[in-house]
Design a protein around this ligand. Structure first.
Ligand code: FAD
Ligand code: NA
Length: 383
């Protein structure tokens, strides 16, 4: 047996933050076991060999938060370059801001709205009024944006994304989509929005470089757990894999396919599309968006690299499918998890919940404190 104070399954953000806290704050020994051949979980990025451009393996990642504690914490592990994400969508052949704002509706419907008040009035006339709370994603979208925007953007995009009618999905899917009554074209409203200057993977190198932390890649936790003696275990993989031996149904996930395309000889700064991310919500194409990493951090290359995204079932588990059946199934797994002694289930896969990076970080920090009854001090505290 190998003995550790803390064993962690998964070297994504949740596992890496917990490892860092135990090592730096409590001087405990930690092993972090990762089945992939790299650290970083879904935040992993690398330099594409052919173009020299840094790309993310599991989809575009934009860091944004309104949590100043998280913002301070991440300063300890990376320099950050301010970056306010903006997305355009191709709708009826036109490039329009996403989320929908004044310019979006002016362009699509040939209007001349100039003020927030006018936009509120326009929205209110478009919105479908119900005498009950919206009970699915169709009603939610219609109550927020009305039928025209729904049919142009939200309905076809939801079908591409989920392969389900919005009426089959819980209201929360379209409730999250922001609609702006002003000219703000930023994708996120958070006060802190930035990119790690040397990429995301470097953050994980810095989180995990403590001498108390052993990192084991290419290792499935379930294959090695009998060889470990751990005072406490943190499991950050899919909760249903932990209980797979019971033979319950698996939790459903939606996944993504990334088709890599290099456009050659664009010139040092030449790009293919106007923004880092261009959405394609319409039914006329089978992809949801195109991501062009050359837009980030002033990267230069003779070429540019694109990832054309399509949603699919199977493959890497990315987005929990929000319907009643899955929620009920998750609650069963959750009940089992609560009974596991000395094991904490943490992160997006163990909670069957989409977390942004900042939520994953604050959850991990708070769990560490709760499990240890301590208030940790970030090293080099920023007073
Ligand atoms: P993960 O990163 O998934 O890490 C879990 C790790 O556990 C994985 O490395 C996995 O291989 C490992 N594992 C699983 N099972 C085992 C096992 N049996 N043994 C060993 N290891 C195992 N957040 C943002 O804030 N902004 C964004 O723009 C953004 N974009 C995203 C885009 C996509 C497509 C996705 C899917 C997520 C995005 N996120 C974004 C969310 C972000 O990726 C998560 O917040 C973050 O990855 C959560 O970290 P985690 O450690 O909980 O999970
Ligand atoms: Na995302």
């Amino acid at each position: 047996f190998q003995e550790y104070d803390v064993c962690i399954a998964g070297a994504g953000l949740s596992g890496a933050v917990i490892a860092e806290r135990y090592a730096s704050q409590l001087n405990q020994s930690v092993v972090i076991i990762e089945k992939r051949n790299h650290i970083g979980g879904n935040c992993y990025d690398y330099i594409d060999e052919e173009t020299g451009i840094r790309v993310s393996q599991y989809g575009a990642h934009l860091f944004h938060t309104d949590n100043s504690r998280v913002w301070k914490y991440v300063q300890l592990f990376s320099d950050w370059t301010k970056y306010e994400h903006e997305v355009v969508g191709v709708v009826n052949g036109k490039h329009v801001p996403i989320p929908v704002n004044i310019e979006t509706v002016n362009t699509l419907f040939d209007l001349n709205i100039t003020s927030t008040e006018e936009m509120d009035n326009w929205l209110s006339e478009e919105q479908v009024k119900y005498d009950h709370e919206p009970k699915n994603s169709e009603e939610m979208a219609l109550s927020r944006v009305g039928r025209r925007l729904y049919e142009l953007i939200f309905h076809p995009y939801t079908i591409k994304q989920w392969n389900k009618e919005p009426s089959e999905l819980g209201p929360e899917v379209t409730a999250r989509i922001p609609v702006r009554n002003n000219h703000d074209s930023r994708y996120f409203g958070d006060p802190f929005q930035a990119l790690p200057t040397s990429g995301y993977t470097a953050i994980f190198d810095n989180l995990l470089c403590h001498p108390n932390i052993d990192v084991r890649l290419d290792t499935d936790y379930f294959k090695v757990r009998d060889t470990l003696r751990c005072k406490h275990t943190y499991f950050t993989g899919p909760i249903d894999t932990y209980f797979a031996h019971l033979g319950y149904k698996k939790l459903e996930y939606r996944s993504l396919d990334f088709e890599r395309k290099v456009v050659r000889d664009t010139g040092e700064r030449g790009t293919f599309q106007p923004k880092f991310v261009v959405n394609h919500p319409s039914a006329g194409t089978d992809f949801t968006r195109i991501v062009e990493y050359k837009h980030l951090l002033n990267q230069t290359s003779d070429h540019t690299i694109l990832f054309v995204e399509r949603s699919k079932d199977g493959g890497e588990p990315y987005y929990p499918v929000p319907n009643e059946e899955n929620k009920a199934l998750y609650r069963r797994y959750q009940g089992l998890a609560a009974k596991e002694d000395n094991v904490t289930f943490v992160g997006r896969l163990a909670n069957y919940k989409y977390f942004n990076m900042d939520q994953a970080i604050i959850n991990a920090l708070e769990l560490f404190e709760k499990d240890n009854g301590v208030l940790s001090q970030e090293k080099d505290p920023i007073a």
